[in-house]
Design a binder for this molecule. Structure first.
Ligand code: 3PG
Length: 228
C-alpha cells in the first residue's frame, strides 16, 4: 500500500483527485471569469461581492493578501450562499487549513511547493495550483493535478505558452491569470486548454476606494459579454 492508499483506507470520505478535477471544471465552466479580490475594508465585503454578482460574476477568489481575507470568506459563505467563494494567495499548508475552516469552496495558489501540493490532495475542497513552466506542471501532474492557474499569465508567455503546453500536456487545462484585461480576454478564452480566466481588471482600486460599485458591475458585465 502506498501513502495515498493508506490515507484513503483511513479516510475513505476524502475526495480523490479525479473528483477535485471534476469540481474545478464545474466551478470554472459556471464562472468563465474568476475575479481576484483583495479586501481592504470590512465595509467593502458585501457591496463588492454584490457588485460583481450583479455583473454576472458569481464565483469569487478572495485572496488572503489582506487580513480581511478569511473574514470575507466566512461572511460571504454565510450571507451570500448563492455565490461560490474560494480562497486565493494561499501560500502554505496552514493558510490552506485556515481557508477551508473559513468556508472556502476552492483554493487557488500563485505557485506550488511539494508540501502545499500534497496538502491540496488531502483537502476536502479542490486546489488549483499556480504554474508558470513545464517543470511546475510536471510537479503537479505527478501528484495527480490536471488543472492549473497559469500565473503570471502574460509574463509566463501568455497565449503562446498555452499553445505550446498543449503538445506535451494534452489533458491539462488552465485558468490564466495575471495581466488579463478586456483587450486580451477573448484570445485567452479561445484556447482549447483554457477553462476560465482570472484577474482583477474589473476591480480598479479607485472604484473600490470611492465605492463606485456600478463601475465594477459594468466592467464585469462587459467582460462576460466579450466572452459570449
Ligand atoms: C492573481 O493573483 O491572480 C493576480 O494578482 C491577478 O492578476 P491581475 O491583477 O494582473 O489581474
Amino acid at each position: 500500500m502506498n501513502t495515498l492508499q493508506r490515507r484513503k483506507a483511513h479516510s475513505p470520505e476524502l475526495p480523490d483527485m479525479a473528483s477535485h478535477t471534476a469540481r474545478i471544471d464545474e466551478l470554472c465552466a459556471a464562472a468563465r471569469i474568476l475575479p481576484v479580490i483583495k479586501i481592504e475594508r470590512e465595509a467593502d465585503i458585501l457591496p463588492l461581492a454584490d457588485a460583481l454578482a450583479a455583473g454576472g460574476l458569481h464565483t469569487l477568489e478572495i485572496t488572503l493578501r489582506s487580513d480581511l481575507g478569511l473574514e470575507a470568506i466566512a461572511q460571504l459563505r454565510k450571507l451570500r450562499p448563492d455565490l461560490r467563494i474560494g480562497a486565493g494567495t494561499v501560500l502554505d499548508e496552514s493558510m490552506l487549513i485556515e481557508a477551508v475552516a473559513a468556508g472556502a469552496e476552492f483554493i487557488v495558489t500563485p505557485g506550488g511547493t511539494q508540501a502545499l501540493l500534497e496538502a491540496g490532495r488531502e483537502s476536502p475542497v479542490p486546489l488549483l495550483p499556480g504554474v508558470s513552466s513545464a517543470s511546475e506542471i510536471m510537479l503537479g501532474y505527478n501528484l495527480g493535478y490536471r488543472r492549473f492557474k497559469l500565473f503570471p499569465a502574460e509574463l509566463a508567455g501568455g497565449v503562446a505558452a498555452l499553445k505550446a503546453f498543449r503538445g506535451p500536456f494534452g489533458n491539462v487545462r488552465f485558468c490564466p491569470t495575471g495581466g488579463l484585461n478586456p483587450g486580451n480576454l477573448q484570445q485567452y478564452m479561445q484556447q482549447p486548454n483554457v477553462m476560465c480566466v482570472g484577474g482583477s481588471w474589473m476591480l480598479e482600486d479607485a472604484w473600490i476606494r470611492g465605492g463606485d460599485w456600478q463601475r465594477v458591475t459594468q466592467a464585469s458585465r462587459e467582460a462576460l459579454q466579450l466572452l459570449a
